[in-house]
Design a protein around this ligand. Structure first.
Ligand SMILES: O=C(CO)COP(=O)(O)O
Length: 152
């Protein structure tokens, strides 16, 4: 696949998602990093986003709840290049009814090469990275060339 470049701006679009048993941990992480997250634009699945707003006052663009399509909405934003970082505390110890949607979300994050944290340690590494505080170029699939090649 040919690659092109996308710039993750200084001000980032960050998606926050947590499964039920991980919500307390994500909320705690958001509170711990509230000052750092404040200048950025936050997105979340429905329950996660409303809980973050309720407990921190941060403005969050909340999608539908995960099992009702929220993971897919976040995935669509990633495919459109509208999310720069995904923080997804997914639960490795409990099954969820929308497991295909969870996989699809993680798959799209990988396809579009955005930084992803699936646990708290990685979330800390991302938010404390010098790259988090600057504009960063990432390689992404060159969709226009991909399409041209398929049409020729
Ligand atoms: O299920 C989720 C992620 O797969 C999260 O959805 P909620 O934030 O609505 O609980």
């Amino acid at each position: 696949m040919e690659q092109t470049v996308r710039t993750l701006g200084l001000s980032k679009h960050i998606a926050l998602v947590a499964h039920d048993h991980c919500k307390a941990s994500l909320l705690d992480w958001v509170k711990q990093n509230q000052a750092t997250l404040e200048p950025h634009t936050l997105y979340a699945t429905g329950t996660t986003g409303n809980l973050i707003n309720r407990h921190t006052g941060l403005t969050v663009n909340a999608m539908l709840s995960g099992p009702m399509g929220g993971d897919q909405q976040v995935g669509a934003l990633i495919a459109e290049g509208k999310i720069d970082v995904l923080i997804f505390f997914w639960d490795p110890l409990n099954a969820v009814p929308h497991d295909p949607d969870v996989k699809a979300l993680l798959r799209l994050a990988t396809v579009w090469n955005i930084p992803v944290a699936t646990n708290r340690a990685t979330a800390n590494f991302i938010i404390q990275s010098p790259l988090f505080a600057q504009a960063v170029e990432i390689a992404i699939p060159d969709y226009q060339r991909y399409l041209q090649a398929r049409l020729s």
